[in-house]
Write a protein that binds this ligand. Structure first.
Ligand SMILES: Cc1cc2nc3c(=O)[nH]c(=O)nc-3n(C[C@H](O)[C@H](O)[C@H](O)COP(=O)(O)OP(=O)(O)OC[C@H]3O[C@@H](n4cnc5c(N)ncnc54)[C@H](O)[C@@H]3O)c2cc1C
Ligand SMILES: NC(=O)c1ccc[n+]([C@@H]2O[C@H](COP(=O)([O-])OP(=O)(O)OC[C@H]3O[C@@H](n4cnc5c(N)ncnc54)[C@H](OP(=O)(O)O)[C@@H]3O)[C@@H](O)[C@H]2O)c1
Length: 247
């Protein structure tokens, strides 16, 4: 069974009322970009643990995680209060199959995430593998309001480094913000506005789609893609859709 190791908070960045990032020093085992680990705190004598995706890539230190403070959520509302040098528990070994070694060959990789569901994509995008495997990589970040669009500096760095190989599209569902698509991902796939904005067709022949975050977004998008001949990716029967649900 995976062991708990003690981690130390290097920095807690409060982006907005509901979003924060923890940078953590901890002696964890190697992991694969896209995987998650567990974080825990001892609260009222009980160890409260939840899964969290690594946002940092495997070679980056400190380790980095991106959080949403869930309404009445026990752990996220305790993690948000941590200060530099405070300790927390982290599982030494990571888990999960939301990784590129599970993704079959394809020309284009689409990464669609809601809220903090972009975290594993940044971990993957900060490794070399996707850039040697895919001709184009599209990152889509869908959020409720503009203030939820974090990590814009990282996106600017990827744009600068990767040029036309990298495309980014933001969705803001509850505000009108120029340069972003208003509304939800499935609606923009259905009416073609996502493909128009990116200037790239989405097809089972050429695209692999990774989906992460809100389980309703994942479900609705998978249904639409299935109607366009995409199939879920499984080890025995490789397909075109790989998913990670956050709750
Ligand atoms: C593989 C994986 C990776 C994840 N990575 C991240 C991450 O990088 N960043 C991040 O912020 N969160 C991530 N999560 C979610 C995280 O594990 C916790 O669920 C979240 O932080 C809320 O925990 P909490 O103790 O604060 O709230 P909880 O007390 O667990 O829940 C509070 C509220 O949150 C919602 N909720 C949380 N979990 C569930 C659930 N399982 N089913 C239904 N509703 C639920 C409900 O509205 C619930 O009332 C991930 C989850 C999974 C499964
Ligand atoms: N983010 C996390 O890691 C996390 C973890 C645990 C629990 N939660 C729970 O999630 C809720 C808020 O999370 P959040 O702020 O990250 O926002 P969210 O509700 O996941 O919204 C993020 C984006 O996803 C869209 N969306 C919602 N349902 C969709 C669907 N069926 N198809 C396509 N898109 C959809 C939203 O659009 P609309 O504005 O149109 O809804 C919004 O643009 C809270 O109840 C919280 O407790 C979040």
């Amino acid at each position: 069974m995976a062991q708990w190791v003690e981690g130390r908070v290097v920095e807690n960045i409060h982006w907005s009322e509901n979003l924060f990032t923890l940078k953590i020093d901890a002696d964890v085992d190697n992991f694969t970009a896209g995987q998650f680990t567990s974080l825990a705190l001892d609260i009222d004598g009980k160890r409260i643990a939840r899964p969290y995706s690594y946002l940092s890539s495997p070679s980056q230190r400190p380790l980095e995680f991106f959080f949403y403070t869930a309404t009445d959520g026990i752990l996220s509302n305790a993690l948000v209060k941590l200060k530099s040098n405070d300790s927390l528990w982290i599982k030494q070994q990571a888990n999960g199959f939301f990784t590129l070694d599970e993704v079959p060959e394809s020309n284009e990789l689409w990464m669609l995430g809601t809220g903090t569901g972009v975290a594993p994509f940044f971990s993957i995008l900060n490794t070399d593998e996707p850039w040697t495997r895919f001709k184009k990589i599209v990152l889509v970040h869908a959020v409720r309001t503009k203030v939820d669009l974090r990590y814009q500096k990282l996106i600017a760095l990827l744009r600068e480094k990767r040029g036309d190989q990298f495309k980014f599209q933001a969705f803001v569902s509850r505000e009108k913000i120029s340069g972003t698509i208003e509304g939800r991902i499935p609606a923009a796939i259905l009416d073609g506005s996502l493909e128009t904005a990116i200037n790239l067709p989405l097809s089972a022949e050429n695209s692999h789609v990774m989906l992460c975050g809100n389980p309703d977004m994942v479900k609705d998008t998978v249904e639409l893609l299935k109607a366009r001949n995409f199939r879920k990716n499984r080890r025995r029967t490789p397909g075109h859709i790989t998913v990670e649900n956050y709750w």
